[in-house]
Design a binder for this molecule. Sequence first.
Ligand code: PML
Ligand code: MG
Length: 247
Amino acid sequence: MVYSIRMRSAQGGPHEQGGQHISGAERLVSLENLTKVSQEFLERALHHSKGQPDFINLQIDEIPDTSVVKVPALSIKTTEASSISEAHAIATSLLQNAHISDQAITAAFHQLQQNTETVSGAWLVQADTGAIHPQTVRVSRMDAEREEDIHQHLQSHHCSSMHSREALILASKVLASPHIVGELCWSDDPDYTTGYVSYGNTYHRLSPMKDYGSPIGGRVFFIAPYTPLEELITYLTSTPTWVTTKG
Ligand code: PML
Ligand code: MG
């Protein structure tokens, strides 16, 4: 058995009652690591650069090993731009390479830049028309299959931050869906300005994607035309997934 452990915290009440999202985290862990990771998540919820939450939800679910699917970890590239506008221009051309329309790219940047009501989930944007699905989706139930391997994968690309580890795992699960053609993300954490574009089999880290100190950020998943939305949302939110660096 493995255990899905999820944390989300907010200020001003629970998310579902309009509270502002502060932080969230997801792991799949063994029974012996459950106490340690629960404590780490609680610490993270309580000490976050976005402020002190007055709502914390820690949820643990047992999952049979056999139901966990495996997906490959994306390869990693890092580009440091000289300005936010240069980083955004690089992000735009990467998304164009993924055949995402200019309309959709503009809609995505607009959505993330005006994301002042911070939400815990990602926006789904239609890759051809740029239409935005009204509901955000929080990707859940994923982790690295082997901690040492993902650590080595990240280290070999000179990234060791917790942000990178978690985002690479999330982006790998997301892009493994046949219905998702790319992702654009930068953090809502005021002290973290690196973001990424993922498409094909690569996670392109880009910085700076926003001003230091800004709490405005989030994720957009670009979805293919005729995507079966319910099936996609079930995969993203519920299918337990190991991200593996071994073929
Ligand atoms: C987040 O905080 O949710 C997004 C983190 C983006 C990480 C980019 C990187 O440094 O790899
Ligand atoms: Mg955050």
